[in-house]
Design a protein around this ligand. Structure first.
Ligand code: GLN
Length: 493
């Protein structure tokens, strides 16, 4: 029999249902793989007891002839941005060290209700701010990938869901949750050769997810292929009265609806995404993606999204503005860290706790956010950025008059080395292709398209109309079937 850790979500689900193997065997294989993968630093907390208990419940239900849950027997990794009852949840920050929630996030609860088990809490960029996983207080994640051309510097797994991407790529978890505010599901998926979808804003409840930028944050699945993402997203999505921005809509049956034939569909190629200094390999991959979608029956049209170049500046005003407000709650009183030396007053405690508890990138965002919201600069920055956001959303609305989905590269480069991008602006530029669809709240997915000359994965991005996750998944499936992406990292850990 193949190694159970080589199996994806669908295979595990179906194998457990058929009795080919037990959920317990699967959970034991993955918990052992997690324990053996410490050099990746992908997990902040390991919870084998949770994974094994869920597996035993799945096996017992099967033995009793009960109908299995949609994820019965599937162990997954949980990004540490999700609050999990009784399990430390830190958002990879020092300020939340010691915080163990008394409640479960809606998305994680839905996954447990579907029968999934938790392998542990996954490392990430602190408060989901970053593109390389280097802002974690608990040390960066190391990508399981290595360059094939002799350059052997450790690579970034992408961010902020870098623990999730590394764990799935390393096959120590068949799937993982991610969150995406400006690209944090899609860019790490692209860097590690896996798939990940950010659904339409409002599809997944944000309740119990540590807030970064509330008008942008969305949860989504990261898994080995498109079908596995569809299965997992079905379990994660759905209306939640506890989140005022949650959409009160039925969850479509995305897996059953998968259809890789794109006959009658139009795929838009936004010309403004041809940015300066884009590596020729990314451009070539994009062209191959166009050919694949044509081969799947789609008509390809060029479209224009004229305000694309203003998306990054607008995002890096709006996201910090919201973050500065959301992070005001971490003051040493209610959660985690408290720095209160003898004789200190309340004001000193706030200042000391926040100075010690937040990392540099988080402080940078709080400072920027507070500045752009300040009375003297609100109109010049925040109001302007909101106007730009509206223009960007309108660009997409116009594009939908001419096409059903858009195809772009996911990121302007393959994975870079850890430590390579020390300038924050250079790091922000990595989000150039993912941020516009976040600002517009649209569903978007990254799917592996090929490898670069160094043997590193490259991703293609599909962006869809509001609520058209099905269209996004279908186009991604059409690419997956043609790309024949089989590369995987060699095991060095
Ligand atoms: N890299 C982007 C940022 O640092 C996106 C992060 C995210 O999507 N959580 O803000």
């Amino acid at each position: 029999m193949t190694d159970l850790t080589d199996l994806g979500i669908r295979d595990i689900r179906d194998g457990v249902r058929a009795g080919t193997f037990s959920a317990r065997e699967v959970a034991e294989a993955f918990t052992a793989a997690v324990a053996a993968a410490k050099p990746l630093n992908a997990f902040l907390v390991e919870t084998p007891e949770h994974a094994l208990a869920a597996a035993d419940a799945a096996d017992a239900a099967r033995a009793a002839g009960e109908a299995p849950g949609p994820l019965a027997g599937v162990p997954i990794g949980m990004k540490d941005l999700f609050c999990t009852k009784g399990v430390p949840s830190t958002a990879a920050s020092h300020i939340l060290e010691g915080f163990t929630p008394e409640y479960e996030s809606t998305v994680s609860q839905k996954l447990w209700d579907a029968g999934a088990g938790m392998l542990g809490k996954l490392n990430m960029d602190q408060f989901a701010m970053g593109s390389s996983n280097e802002t974690s207080y608990f040390g960066n994640v190391v990508s399981p990938w290595r360059r094939a051309d002799g350059g052997n510097a450790p690579l970034a797994p992408g961010g902020s869901s870098g623990g999730s991407s590394a764990a799935v790529a390393a096959r120590i978890a068949p799937g993982a949750t991610g969150t995406d505010t400006g690209g944090s599901i899609r860019q790490p998926a692209a860097f590690t050769g896996i798939s990940g979808i950010k659904p339409t804003y409002g599809r997944c409840s944000r309740w119990g997810v540590v807030a970064f930028a509330s008008s942008l944050d969305q949860a989504g699945p990261m898994a080995r292929d498109v079908r596995d993402c569809a299965i997992m997203l079905e379990a994660m999505a759905g209306f939640d009265p506890k989140d005022a921005t949650s959409l009160d809509l039925e969850v479509p049956r995305w897996e059953a609806g998968l259809n890789a034939s794109l006959k009658g569909k139009r795929v838009g190629i936004p010309k403004e995404y041809r940015v300066d200094n884009m590596p020729a390999e990314i451009d070539a991959l994009w062209q191959r993606g166009i050919d694949w979608l044509r081969d799947a029956g789609a008509e390809v049209v060029e479209v224009s999204l004229p305000h694309t170049r203003y998306a990054l500046p607008a995002y890096y005003i709006i996201a910090p503005a919201e973050a500065s407000s959301n992070l005001a709650r971490y003051d040493g009183v209610r959660y985690g860290l408290r720095d209160l030396p003898d004789g200190a007053n309340l004001q000193e405690m706030y200042a000391r706790t926040r100075a010690e508890g937040f990392g540099d990138e988080v402080k940078r965002r709080i400072l920027i956010g507070t500045y752009v919201l300040s009375a003297g600069f609100y109109d010049a920055y925040y109001t302007q950025a909101q106007k730009v956001r509206t223009l960007i959303a309108r660009d997409f609305e116009r594009a939908w008059e001419r096409c059903d989905v858009l195809l772009t590269p996911t990121a302007p480069s393959a994975a870079f080395a850890l430590g390579e991008k020390s300038d924050p602006l250079a790091m922000y530029l990595n989000d150039v292709f993912t941020v516009p669809s976040s600002l517009a709240g649209l569903p978007a997915m990254s799917v592996p398209g090929g490898v670069d000359t160094g043997g590193l994965p490259l991703g293609l991005q599909i962006i869809g109309k509001p609520l058209d996750e099905q269209g996004v998944l279908d186009a991604a499936l059409a690419i997956e079937e043609r790309a024949g992406f089989v590369a995987r990292p060699g095991r060095w850990w």
